[in-house]
Design a protein around this ligand. Structure first.
Ligand SMILES: C[S@@+](CC[C@H](N)C(=O)[O-])C[C@H]1O[C@@H](n2cnc3c(N)ncnc32)[C@H](O)[C@@H]1O
Length: 256
C-alpha cells in the first residue's frame, strides 16, 4: 500500500464503497505487503483477539462472522477456536477465490507461523490448520447482506475504515456490524488509525476514511455496551500506509 499525498482524492469527490471495484482486489500484492510474514501488528492483533475468544469454551459459539474477510486467514483461525461455524463474508471475487482455494487445498506455507501463534494462544485449536478451517464457510456478500441478530460474535478487521471515504457510510457499515450479532453478542474489530485512501503496490487508489479513537467512540458508544478500545503502535515493518497505528475494539450489542 502506498501513501496518497494529502489533499482531495484524485476524482475530486468523496469516493464511496460502490466506487471501487472490489472484485479486482490485488490479492497477491496485498498478501505480499501484509501477510507473507508475521509483522509486529499481526502479533498484537492476534494476542488481543485470542484473549476475546478465550472467554468462550471451544465450540461454545454456534455461529460467528468475519465481515470483509479478504484473503486474511488468521481471524478465521482464531474464530475456529471458539466457533462451530464461521461465515467469512466477502464481496470480492478475487478474495473469495483465494479463500476457497486455501480451504479446499490447504493453506500457503506462509500462514504456518500465524497458525502456530494462534494455537499457542488458543490451545483448543487442532494441530492441523485444515481441520480448524473446516468450520469456515465462505459467503460472497457485503455488509448489506448481514441479517440482524444472526451471530453470537462478529469480527471485522481493517474493513469499515478501509472501504469508503464517506464517514456516514463508515458509520452505516459499523451499524450493520453491531446489529449482525444477537442482543448480548460479542463484537471484535481492528481499524487502521487515521489511514487516508491508499494504494496497494502500484495499483489503483482504494477509498479510506481516517478514524481515530474519538471517532470510534462516537460511533460505537451509542450502539454498544462494554466498549473497550486499545491501540497498537504504528508498524514500521509494513509499507507506509499513512496510518498512525491500529485500534482494537471489543464491545457487546446491548441485551434486548
Ligand atoms: C483492507 S481489506 C481487509 C481484508 C481483511 N479483513 C484483512 O484483515 O486483511 C478490506 C476488505 O473489505 C472488503 N469490502 C469492501 N466493501 C465491503 C462491504 N461493503 N462490505 C463488506 N466487506 C467489504 C474488501 O473486499 C476487502 O476484502
Amino acid at each position: 500500500m502506498g501513501r496518497i499525498p494529502p489533499g482531495p482524492p484524485e476524482t475530486g469527490r468523496v469516493r464511496r464503497n460502490r466506487d471501487a471495484d472490489w472484485n479486482d482486489w490485488p490479492v497477491a500484492d496485498y498478501l505480499a505487503e501484509n501477510y507473507r510474514r508475521l509483522h509486529p501488528c499481526d502479533i498484537g492483533v492476534i494476542h488481543h483477539h485470542a484473549a476475546v475468544y478465550r472467554r468462550f469454551a471451544p465450540g461454545a459459539l454456534s455461529r460467528t462472522v468475519e465481515l470483509g474477510a479478504g484473503p486474511n486467514l488468521y481471524p478465521l483461525m482464531l474464530a475456529a477456536a471458539a466457533s462451530r461455524g464461521v461465515d467469512a463474508l466477502e464481496p470480492s471475487a478475487a478474495s473469495v477465490r483465494y479463500l476457497c482455494g486455501q480451504l479446499a487445498h490447504g493453506v500457503d506455507d506462509s500462514w504456518r507461523p500465524f497458525y502456530a501463534l494462534c494455537r499457542s494462544l488458543a490451545p483448543g485449536l487442532p494441530a492441523d490448520s485444515a481441520e480448524a478451517l473446516r468450520r469456515v464457510r465462505v459467503v460472497r456478500g457485503t455488509a448489506d447482506d448481514l441479517v440482524p441478530g444472526t451471530y453470537d460474535l462478529a469480527s471485522m478487521n481493517f474493513v469499515a475504515e478501509s472501504v469508503t471515504e464517506d464517514f456516514g457510510e463508515f458509520t452505516a457499515l459499523c451499524d450493520a456490524f453491531v446489529h449482525a450479532v444477537r442482543p448480548g453478542g460479542t463484537l471484535l474489530a481492528a481499524f487502521m488509525e487515521r489511514m487516508p485512501s491508499y494504494r496497494i503496490g502500484t495499483g489503483p487508489v482504494w477509498p479510506a476514511c481516517p478514524v481515530d479513537e474519538a471517532a470510534l467512540r462516537a460511533v460505537f458508544t451509542p450502539r454498544t455496551t462494554g466498549l473497550r478500545i486499545v491501540g497498537l503502535a504504528k508498524d514500521r515493518t509494513l509499507p507506509e500506509y499513512g496510518d498512525t497505528g491500529v485500534l482494537l475494539l471489543t464491545a457487546e450489542r446491548p441485551a434486548a
